[in-house]
Design a binder for this molecule. Structure first.
Ligand code: CTP
Length: 366
């Protein structure tokens, strides 16, 4: 964890995930550093200042070739529940700073200079017992994204919600006020549902965490998603949306154009009685992979798998240019020719380019 030599400063602490993960013997995703005091005023001399954010009291400095973010200790107030908090005081004590944090296991500080751990909330005990515990009764009301964060941490770390925390969460979910910051909810959904786990998603549905997104009832879909994603959706950034799509109503989340297209493509796919492979191919060929997986989950798994396994890789090789070269003037007839060749190729995927040309000549020459 000694990423950089900041050891000379006795007021610098590691905090949050990095301390938790080190104690658990796990690799950390990122490193959060906090300065007990005003970091902008006091830490500028540590290295080259790259950026400051006076509203939050954060500073980015470059030391020994590496950029490090340092936050000031601060207190926060939630005037508008469910939205970003207001910063109240920059440069408070660690004991005050801890109160703005989500769970006890994320509230441990480790002095960079001495290595001493500061535990104001019982985080070490909860770490030992694998429990996620909020710091106060209004924690989820202040910041409902913590409900999704709890699901993420419980999955990643194998922890459970402590009973009273669970009760607070369930009370919140039963009486949701939808005046909240959905941008933050979406960010946590992307991280959490993006972990691609049926087990996690089952909890998301059965424990009614989805109520953060829609008041409509949602049931656990019978088809698993994890396996379909592993098999067919290589490198997708939108795995989370395959899961979230099960909710059907994502109107509160601000979707990007690509995300909206995934849902639109899914809505266009109907579980029809397809007559032949050609009809299946044409229905699916230009649809987003995520949309087809969602179709598999909610509408017809067999057809979707059949398309993926048997048809998706088939492509005709001839192009409009080739048709011109063998004497066909560009015209709407091209589409008829391509359809014909595609239908033939679906029957016999081994067809070569010259087979395709011959088929055209045999069937379409005057
Ligand atoms: N935090 C919080 N409430 C939030 C987000 C963050 O209290 N809604 C606090 C927690 O103390 C958390 C720290 O800010 O540990 C850093 O947040 P983040 O980087 O999101 O979480 P990590 O705990 O570092 O977890 P990860 O392993 O995902 O990086």
């Amino acid at each position: 964890m000694d990423i950089i030599n900041l050891k000379d400063n006795p007021k610098l602490y590691y905090v949050g995930g990095v301390v938790r993960d080190e104690l658990l013997g796990r690799e950390s995703l990122d490193v959060d550093i906090v300065y007990e005091g005003n970091a902008i005023e006091d830490c500028a001399s540590i290295g080259e200042v790259i950026r400051v954010n006076p509203d939050f009291g954060t500073i980015r400095v470059k030391v020994q070739g590496r950029e490090v973010d340092i936050a000031s200790t601060r207190t926060e107030r939630y005037d508008n529940k469910g939205h970003l908090p207001q910063v109240e005081k920059i440069g408070c004590t660690l004991k005050e700073d801890v109160l703005r944090r989500d769970f006890t296991v994320n509230s441990l500080y480790k002095s960079i200079s001495t290595g001493e751990i500061f535990d104001f909330t019982g985080g070490l005990e909860d770490l030992k017992n694998k429990k996620l515990r909020v710091l106060h009764d209004k924690s989820f009301v202040d910041d409902p994204t913590r409900i999704i964060r709890a699901l993420k941490f419980s999955h990643r770390l194998g922890f459970e919600l402590e009973d009273y925390t669970k009760k607070l969460r369930d009370e919140y979910l039963e009486n949701i006020d939808y005046d909240m910051c959905f941008k933050r909810i979406k960010k946590e959904l992307i991280e959490t549902l993006g972990l691609n786990s049926d087990e996690l998603f089952e909890k998301f549905i059965n424990e009614k965490i989805y109520k953060l997104v829609t008041p409509k009832e949602v049931k656990w879909p019978s088809a698993g998603i994890e396996n379909l994603v592993n098999k067919y959706s290589l490198n997708s950034d939108n795995i989370w949306l395959i899961y979230a799509g099960v909710l059907l109503d994502l109107s509160r989340l601000e979707l990007t154009r690509k995300e909206q297209k995934i849902l639109d493509d899914f809505n266009e796919l109907e579980p029809l009685n397809f007559e032949n492979d050609f009809e299946i191919y044409r229905a699916f060929e230009n649809k987003e992979i995520e949309s087809i997986i969602l179709f598999a989950v909610l509408k017809d798994e067999k057809i979707a798998r059949y398309y993926f396994d048997n048809l998706r890789g088939i492509k005709i090789q001839i192009t409009g240019k080739d048709l011109e070269n063998i004497g066909f003037e560009p015209s709407p007839k091209y589409k008829e020719i391509f359809d014909f060749i595609l239908a033939k190729k679906l029957e016999n995927p081994k067809m070569t380019f010259s087979d395709e040309i011959n088929f055209v000549k045999e069937n379409f020459s005057d």
